[in-house]
Ligand binder design. Structure first.
Ligand code: HEC
Ligand code: HEC
Ligand code: HEC
Length: 285
């Protein structure tokens, strides 16, 4: 193909893609995702959350530098400024793709001002550095947190079985709805049987927590959930349909919605970034 044609078709392609994206602009969210090299600083590739700990150090060092610049304490100031510079530059060593986001002139200037005991200049440099931190955070912080730190349920199974966590969840919902259907239709025997089996499954679900919550043990089902099961049973035996509905609602909040607020939301948001979706799928929606 001749060059002019080639260039023409390149432009045409860009125009088509550009138009498609523009036409869908109210339905498409553009987000940046962090470079893959970040993974080595997080579990499971690393034993510790190294990246995050470097960030905590930076925040502490920023505070200390400001404190000692305000107090005009040169000795402490210079020490903390050196640490700040070290950990700031470490960002680029850990994730080379992000090296160009660092303002090396600024951090060098800050070190210089600290050693010259120009306290006001140090404080001005800190404010600028803060903006530099924020600009990377605005693009990447939330996505990174979700991708590398949200609890991953993809390999969790219903305890004592090979049933996926997701299928276990569908089953729990089916039991809750069966209780509601049977209660509405005046079939307490069916409702009670469904409740007994739901209670067993909820207890089994509690065995999954220790997989990840070794140190901060979760009591699941806790006493409030167990008490609600008791009240639900009582209402199915002797209560009105309204009471049954209320107890069931309370149960769904305590045993299901509370955990969903933490785990389902974070896990599903994470999957938006981790699971690649095709363009065709995106356009179809
Ligand atoms: C090139 C990108 C980048 C730069 C520059 C950067 N950070 Fe971060 N920072 C991140 C990412 C990504 C996260 C999210 C980490 C996570 O949540 O696991 C983060 C998270 C943090 C957190 C944890 C936030 C929280 O409240 O839980 C702190 C504190 C932090 N950064 C401080 C700093 C400071 C201070 C600077 C500047 C001196 C800085 N960062 C510069 C990328 C950056
Ligand atoms: C796959 C691992 C995993 C499983 C399984 C798991 N968790 Fe978690 N959970 C975490 C992690 C990691 C956090 C902290 C980060 C977050 O909020 O996602 C957390 C946070 C929480 C929190 C909020 C913070 C806190 O400590 O209070 C609650 C509540 C919680 N989990 C309850 C449970 C219960 C109840 C179960 C079992 C029914 C469970 N989790 C099962 C990994 C898990
Ligand atoms: C560990 C905390 C936790 C508890 C407790 C919990 N869930 Fe879930 N649930 C999740 C997570 C995480 C997902 C996302 C699973 C996935 O997408 O693979 C989920 C997904 C679901 C889904 C969607 C399944 C699908 O097809 O995508 C339903 C329905 C559901 N849960 C119902 C329930 C019901 C009903 C209860 C209470 C009896 C309950 N869950 C208790 C964490 C929990």
């Amino acid at each position: 193909m001749r060059w002019p044609y080639f260039i023409f078709f390149q432009f045409l392609l860009i125009a088509v893609v550009g138009t498609l994206v523009y036409l869908h602009k109210d339905k498409v969210v553009m987000l940046k995702t962090p470079p893959a090299s970040l993974a080595q600083w997080y579990k499971p590739e690393n034993k510790r959350q190294v990246w995050l700990h470097n960030m905590f150090k930076l925040r502490r060092e920023l505070q200390a530098v400001r404190l000692y610049a305000n107090n005009q304490d040169a000795g402490h100031l210079q020490q903390w400024a050196a640490d700040l510079s070290e950990h700031y530059l470490k960002i680029g060593e850990m994730v080379p793709e992000w090296e160009r986001k660092l303002d090396k002139k600024l951090i060098d200037g800050l070190l210089q001002s600290a050693s010259n005991m120009h306290y006001q200049e140090v404080i001005e440099a800190l404010d600028e550095l803060n903006n530099n931190c924020d600009s990377c955070h605005a693009d990447y912080r939330v996505v990174t947190q979700l991708v590398y730190r949200a609890a991953d349920f993809s390999s969790v199974k219903v305890p004592g079985s090979s049933i996926s966590f997701k299928d276990g969840m569908k089953d729990l919902t089916a039991k809750i709805n069966l209780i509601k259907i049977a209660s509405d239709d005046g079939q307490p025997g069916v409702a009670l049987a469904a409740m007994t089996s739901l209670q067993k499954e909820v207890s089994a679900l509690g065995e999954t927590c220790v997989n990840c919550h070794e140190k901060n043990k979760k009591e699941f089902p806790d006493s409030a959930i167990n008490a609600t099961f008791g009240k639900l049973k009582q209402s199915l035996l002797t209560g009105t349909a309204k009471e049954q509905g209320q107890e069931l609602g309370t149960l769904a909040v305590l045993a299901c919605a509370q955990c969903h607020g933490t785990h389902r939301m974070a896990y599903e948001a994470r999957n938006l970034f981790v699971e690649k979706r095709s363009w065709r799928e995106l356009m179809k929606h």
